[in-house]
Design a protein around this ligand. Structure first.
Ligand code: F6R
Length: 366
């Protein structure tokens, strides 16, 4: 059942090229410039007339929501807010019938997310679900939705659910951009084509397996770890840190790279591994100067860079090379080596990777 892999988590990491394809199959027709998702199409005016989109979720799904915030705002120019479902449900949120709420959940059973949906419905909002489990409570409770089609995710640490959630949300952003005319035709087509070949790039990114293993050997006994990224890759830094915490029990924190100087830089010494997401597109020069700041304080730098990078290579202790993508789609690629790194660190520490202590796959209690 693990298909020859030692753990479900590794199997699910490796399934990503295929499941991302399953997620966009029949929905994304890059050559003709069509994106068709019935749940979106049937409610297209609700989306395009929305004053704002509010995303509610927990854990990794919340991180996918943060990535979506950047993508939806950039592509379709609709204001987006992302909130932990557990906070939203208890703070008497301001929400009206002009709001669209997107609830993201792999299991479709998360109690806090379900409660947030019920509250949003009471206040008259249109609620759209992005779930993986077909027929789950959240998929039934929402007005409409789109499944991720990632197949069963058994490992408690969410991997393929995250990348397929981002895939669905990117397609929604592109569809809204097309209707609203907020992306140029050439950008629109370019993104569609790029999304279509993302599975090939994810496959290539899985080649970081060996270097991830090597880095894991070096840092498996660390007590702390910092993850830094900017823009679209800030949520990826949060997700990288969460993955490490939950399966290896190493304390880790994700930060927007520029926030480092407002506090976390005090933690940096020769014992602190800092994982920096520094692809060529995006805020590259800014991230390079953040890397210099870490280096001058003797932090150990592990950098995720675009293939062929030279500048960061000179500064970093280890580089992990990934294929080039546009900034907006890069989270689908930068996430891959971080999943592998957490996986190998946890394995080397002898942790129960698929069933980490104190965690459950579906959090059906608040
Ligand atoms: C992280 C993880 C959890 C879940 C969270 C939400 O790897 O598994 O943080 O992401 O409990 O679960 P769903 O997406 O099922 O609502």
């Amino acid at each position: 059942e693990k298909g020859g892999y030692e753990h479900f988590m590794l199997k699910e990491i490796y399934e990503q090229p295929n499941v991302i394809k399953d997620t966009y199959r029949g929905r994304l027709l890059a050559n003709t410039g069509i994106i068709q998702m019935s749940g979106v199409e049937d409610n297209i005016e609700k989306f395009t007339n929305a004053d704002r989109i509010l995303i509610v979720a927990c854990g990794t799904s919340w991180h996918a929501g943060l990535v979506a915030e950047y993508i939806i705002e950039e592509f379709s120019r609709i204001p987006v807010e992302v909130e932990y479902a557990s906070e939203f449900r208890y703070r008497n949120p301001i929400i009206t019938s002009k709001d669209v709420v997107i609830a993201i959940s792999q299991s479709g059973e998360t109690a806090d997310t379900l409660a947030a949906i019920k509250l949003a419905k009471e206040k008259g909002a249109f609620v759209f679900g992005v779930c993986n489990v077909v027929g789950s409570s959240i998929s039934r409770e929402t007005h409409a939705g789109a499944y991720t089609h990632a197949g069963p995710e058994i490992g408690v640490a969410s991997t393929k659910a995250f990348t397929t959630q981002i895939t669905v949300l990117t397609m929604i952003a592109l569809r809204l951009a097309k209707v609203k005319g907020t992306l140029s035709n050439s950008d629109y087509f370019r993104y569609l084509q790029e999304l279509e070949i993302i599975p090939e790039k994810v496959l290539e990114a899985l080649n970081t397996n060996d270097i991830a293993k090597e880095i894991a050997e070096k840092f498996k006994d660390s007590q702390n770890c910092l993850y830094l990224g900017r823009g679209y890759n800030f949520p990826v830094a949060l997700e990288g840190a969460l993955k490490l915490k939950e399966i290896s029990y190493i304390h880790a924190e994700g930060y927007p790279a520029a926030e480092m100087k407002h506090g976390p830089i005090a933690l940096i010494d020769e014992k602190m591994p800092v994982i920096v997401i520094a692809p060529k597109q995006g805020h590259y020069d800014k991230v390079v100067s953040n890397i210099q700041e870490i280096k001058s304080r003797s932090g150990k730098i592990i950098a995720v860079v675009t293939k062929g990078d030279t500048q960061v290579k000179e500064l970093a202790d280890y580089v992990i090379e990934i294929p080039e993508t546009s900034d907006a789609l890069s989270p689908l690629i930068t996430t891959i080596p971080l999943q592998l790194l957490s996986y190998y660190i946890a394995v080397l520490r002898g942790c129960n990777v698929d069933q980490p202590r104190n965690l459950a796959k579906s959090v059906t209690v608040e």
